[in-house]
Each structure stands twice: as structure tokens, then as C-alpha cells.
Ligand binder design. Structure first.
Ligand code: HEM
Length: 325
């Protein structure tokens, strides 16, 4: 969430001069995002019986309203502060907020649809879509590595060889770490944080002999595509080596590995998520040794999934970090 906040508004949620006010802002956003994700994943009878949608029988719309309002209020404050900074001729931050404010100004001259409300919608979307997804992927990756010590050793070996005595991993190092790249692919194959994506047919189309009428909601089961035994050898096994020839990537046309969806609706956070997941994972593994608490040593990590818009671990991972000398 902090990486997103810095990319979007140059606000550091953990430290810096505005630490106390920004961390309460971070908590506000974080709580709103968590609750909104749970509400959004709750099956809603209104979706199946639109005629009674106005009654909001489960109260989902009633509960979502204040959360969205809370998120938008925080965004309004950020917009207002940035406009004040601009009036005071503060140097530009060159972040996403600067970019969209410039765009809004340009588009206003041309009478376009981009306005404060669509921008707030985009920012809210990015916060909801971008925070739990990357952190969940990292948690699954750590769990899978702890359950597969021989893979963990290979990862550490690669990090040691490539980074040597360098203490901090940098974004530019990722390209030199093909085995970690393969590990991330295998984690996102077996444990795709977003297990399903939703589409709506804008026109009637024919797909492989099936007619899909206009207006149909299509649910794509990403999780099942990734475990299809006709496509993947030993599909249930954690085997990063299957990706070592580098042929399959997240946007290849074959649509075998689609944790970020595909086509024109592919996750717009893919480049950021790719960097974040690799960088955080590599940093955790390069700087610390990790051991399981005694009770998990024998049984291994419980990899049971908890269903939601984001699939999380049913038993959150507990692990002990030991600083390297
Ligand atoms: C490992 C991390 C992530 C995974 C697995 C993931 C996965 C996905 C998936 C499956 C979709 C649906 C794509 C489709 O409909 O075909 C999606 C959409 C989206 N993602 Fe991500 N995502 C991740 C990280 C992020 C991040 C970091 C951001 C923000 C910076 C983000 C922003 C979005 C947005 C805004 C959409 C909606 C795009 C649209 O409907 O046009 N995601 N993501």
C-alpha cells in the first residue's frame, strides 16, 4: 500500500515529516479497502433478482456507501493539498496525481469526459485492486518456499551468486534472477491471488462454436485454467523449473498463465506488481533466513485457501525471521 501511495501521491504512509497524519490517512485507506474487498466478494441477491435490487436486502450497498465516501474524502484532501502546493509554485512531484491533474486540465480545454469524479474512481480502483493482491502473492510465495526447502536453497544460491556482498536488492537486479522469476510464475500459477475475473459481452459473439449473447456475464476461472492437467504436466506440483526455458510469460497469447487476466482488460498494475513482488520477495530472502515455528515444522505450512475476490491463506503464514550476519 505504501508503494502505491508513493507512486500515486508521493505520500509516505510509514515515515517522513507527515508521519503521524499520513499514517492515519494510510490506516483510513487500508481499513476502507479491506472492508470494501470483503463486501464486494459477498454474493448479492440483488445481482440475481434486479427487480428487488432497490430493497438492498443484505444491506451491502448501504455498507459500501460510507466506505467509498471515506476513500473519496481522503482523495479530496490530497487533491486540495496538491492544488495549494501548485499555487504556491512548489516543485512538481512528477507522480500520478500530477499526471492526472495535468491531463484533467488539458481535457477540460477540449471538453472531454475526464473529470475529478472519474479520476477518483480510477484511484479508488487502483487502491482496491493493487494492495491485497501483491501482498497476498508474496505471502503465498514465502509459504511455498518454506514448504519446498530444496527450491528455497536454489533461490538463496542464485541470490548469493548474483548479488554477492551487496546488501540491498535493486529493481535492476530482477533481470539477473531467472530462477526467482520462475518461482514467482509458479506461485502465481498455483495460487493466483485473483482466482476469477468477470467480463460482460458487449455484443453477441461466437467462440469455438458457442454463441455468447450480448449482455452475458462471463466468469473466467483463472485458478482452474492454471491447474488444467491437459496443459500442465504434474499440474498440482510446485515446480518452478517448468518456467526456466522462459517461453511463457504473463501476457503471452496462448493464455496458459493468466494471473493478471489478458487482452485489453489485462491488469493495468502488472508492471508495478511484477516489480513489487520480485523486489520484496528477493529482499526478504536475501536479508533474512526464515524458519517455521516449532508447531509448523513437522506438519509444514497449511496451504488451504480462503475464497474471496483475492484468495488468501486460510491460516495466515507465521514464520520467524533471522537476520544474517
Ligand atoms: C500480483 C498482483 C496482482 C494480480 C495477480 C492482479 C490481477 C488482476 C486481474 C486478474 C485483473 C482482471 C483482468 C481481466 O479482467 O482480464 C486485474 C485488473 C486490474 N488490476 Fe490487477 N493485479 C495485481 C496487482 C495490481 C496492482 C499493483 C494494481 C494497481 C497499481 C492493479 C490494478 C488493477 C486494475 C485497476 C484492474 C482493472 C483493469 C480493468 O478492468 O480495466 N492490479 N488485476
Amino acid at each position: 500500500m505504501n508503494i502505491l501511495s508513493r507512486t500515486m501521491f508521493s505520500v509516505d504512509l510509514d515515515s517522513g515529516p507527515a508521519a503521524s497524519s499520513s499514517s492515519s490517512l494510510g490506516r483510513g485507506l487500508s481499513d476502507a479497502v479491506k472492508e470494501a474487498t470483503i463486501l464486494a466478494a459477498t454474493p448479492n441477491v440483488s445481482d440475481f433478482f434486479p427487480a428487488i435490487a432497490a430493497a438492498d436486502l443484505q444491506g451491502l450497498r448501504r455498507r459500501m456507501g460510507p466506505l467509498v465516501a471515506e476513500g473519496h474524502k481522503i482523495l479530496d484532501e490530497l487533491f486540495a493539498q496538491r492544488l495549494l502546493d501548485r499555487e504556491a509554485c512548489e516543485p512538481p512531484k512528477n507522480d500520478m496525481l500530477d499526471a492526472v491533474l495535468d491531463k484533467e486540465h488539458e481535457e477540460q480545454q477540449e471538453g472531454s469526459e475526464i473529470n475529478r469524479s472519474t479520476i477518483k474512481g480510477l484511484f479508488t480502483d487502483m487502491f482496491v485492486a493493487g494492495s491485497d493482491t501483491s501482498s497476498t502473492a508474496i505471502e503465498w510465495a514465502m509459504a511455498a518456499l518454506l514448504n519446498n526447502p530444496q527450491v528455497m536453497e536454489k533461490v538463496k544460491g542464485e541470490l548469493g551468486r548474483v548479488l554477492g556482498k551487496k546488501t540491498q536488492v535493486e529493481e535492476s537486479d530482477i533481470a539477473q534472477l531467472p530462477y526467482i522469476q520462475a518461482v514467482v510464475k509458479e506461485v502465481l500459477r498455483l495460487y493466483p491471488p485473483v482466482p476469477m475475473s468477470f467480463y460482460r459481452a458487449e455484443a453477441t459473439v461466437q467462440v469455438q462454436g458457442y454463441t455468447i449473447p450480448e449482455g452475458t456475464t462471463i466468469i473466467l476461472n483463472i485458478w482452474a485454467v492454471h491447474r488444467n492437467a491437459d496443459v500442465w504436466a504434474d499440474s498440482e506440483k510446485f515446480m518452478p523449473e517448468r518456467f526456466m526455458d522462459g517461453d511463457i510469460d504473463f501476457s503471452s497469447k496462448e493464455c496458459k498463465l493468466i494471473p493478471f487476466g489478458g487482452g485489453r482488460r489485462i491488469c493495468l498494475g502488472l508492471p508495478l506488481a511484477y516489480r513489487t513482488v520480485h523486489l520484496v520477495l528477493a529482499s526478504l530472502l536475501h536479508e533474512f533466513d526464515w524458519v517455521l515455528p516449532e508447531e509448523a515444522m513437522e506438519s509444514g505450512v497449511d496451504m488451504t485457501e480462503k475464497f474471496g475476490i483475492v484468495i488468501s491463506m486460510a491460516t495466515p503464514l507465521k514464520v520467524i525471521a533471522m537476520k544474517r550476519d
